[in-house]
Design a binder for this molecule. Structure first.
Ligand code: FES
Length: 107
């Protein structure tokens, strides 16, 4: 599965070989994408995996649940309508071609 991820320095990374089930946080971390920390290990409790989903992919990715939304609210200064936590987006066939941009750090 293919993912395009623009990092916090504005550098675009193409990952054409992402396995199903891998989260965007795991992907960014394992490939050294700057700005993706994943401090809580994917527990929806740190927001250091915050990404902006490309508008055309928003419907396929879907809205955050209440727990995730509450976490995003902690980084409200950099939150956008298309904000999601990377650890909560797991790759599947429907997301082949997904494009996201790493959000800047809050604060
Ligand atoms: Fe902590 Fe995603 S890794 S919220």
């Amino acid at each position: 599965l293919h993912v395009t991820m623009t990092d916090s320095d504005g550098v675009k990374h193409e990952f054409p070989d992402v396995e199903e089930g891998v989260s965007l946080m795991e992907l960014g971390r394992s490939r050294g994408v700057s700005g993706i920390m994943g401090d809580c290990g994917g527990g929806c409790a740190c927001a250091t995996c915050h990404v902006y989903v490309a508008a055309e992919w928003w419907n396929a990715v879907g809205e955050p649940d209440d727990v995730e939304f509450a976490m995003l609210d902690m980084v409200a200064d950099v939150m956008k309508d298309t904000s999601r936590l990377g650890c909560q987006i797991k790759m599947n066939r429907d997301l082949d071609g997904l494009e996201v941009t790493v959000a800047p750090a809050s604060g």
